[in-house]
Design a protein around this ligand. Structure first.
Ligand SMILES: N[C@@H](CCC(=O)N[C@@H](CS)C(=O)NCC(=O)O)C(=O)O
Length: 236
């Protein structure tokens, strides 16, 4: 008889794009699990700090084992459940595909992340034109070429891959937050200057596991709360 799989519990906040990575992969692979919501508006409890001493979400309990850091949580779930997300074999083509996905995710986070953070959380009245320009320039130079064969997903895949799991939460924010006046609408410029990226991004934002883990109003409320917190810290 097969051993029963250890229960999975995700400590998460539906407002957090890093935690959404874990929610996306669990939804995409239909993995039964329990969720515990961590309220980011208040200090972490002693109990949660024992689970994750950094006090961040997400954290994943796999039986008695705790895994933290969203990229590692998503990779762990992908490794545990061979699927369309990531080829698992030692075949050189599969290893190459994993390397390509890892490079894409690394580039997305390192080249776009800092600019996107500033676009969302800069103090009111900040001049964000240069930041928006830097974001677009990096999409054009660094990301668009990596999506030349997207169909519509990374590496010519017709289903999402680990590349979309790790970046989808940021993509859906890029496309949805302008509607709430949280960030500037870069769609028209991206559509013209980075057509591969724009096509890919619009497909990613429609994926059920990405959409269903993005409670828009809750996310907007979380960003407003964090902005107010940063503004108060800057004044102090
Ligand atoms: N590098 C971490 C980043 C996670 C992170 O920054 N989470 C934020 C929420 S989006 C958090 O828990 N912040 C604690 C707080 O706001 O008090 C990961 O990828 O898991």
């Amino acid at each position: 008889m097969a051993a029963t799989a250890p229960p999975i519990k995700l400590y998460t906040s539906h407002q957090c794009p890093w935690a959404q990575r874990a929610e996306i992969i669990l939804a995409e692979l239909n993995i039964p699990h329990e969720q515990e919501l961590i309220d980011l508006a208040v200090p972490r409890t002693e109990e949660y700090l024992k689970i994750n001493p950094r006090g961040l979400v997400p954290s994943l309990a796999y039986g008695d084992e705790i895994i933290t850091e969203s990229a590692i949580v998503a990779q762990f779930i992908a490794d545990l459940n061979p699927s369309h997300l990531l080829p698992a074999s030692a075949d050189p083509q599969a290893a190459l595909k994993r390397a390509r996905i890892a490079f894409f995710v690394d580039t997305f986070v390192s080249k776009l992340g800092p600019h996107f953070g500033k676009l969302q959380f800069a103090p009111p009245g900040a001049d964000l034109d240069a930041t928006a320009q830097a974001y677009v320039d990096n999409v054009v130079k660094e990301i668009d070429p990596l999506l030349a064969d997207a169909a519509p997903f990374f590496g010519g895949s017709d289903k999402i891959t680990l590349a979309e799991v790790q970046t989808g939460s940021f993509v859906i924010r890029l496309l949805r937050l302008p509607k709430h006046d949280i960030i500037k609408d870069l769609s028209a410029e991206l559509q013209t200057k980075a057509p591969n990226f724009y096509r890919w991004a619009t497909a990613v934002a429609e994926v059920p596991s990405v959409k269903s883990t993005f409670p828009e109003d809750d996310v907007v409320a979380g960003i407003k709360r964090k902005r107010a917190q940063f503004a108060a810290q800057a004044k102090a």
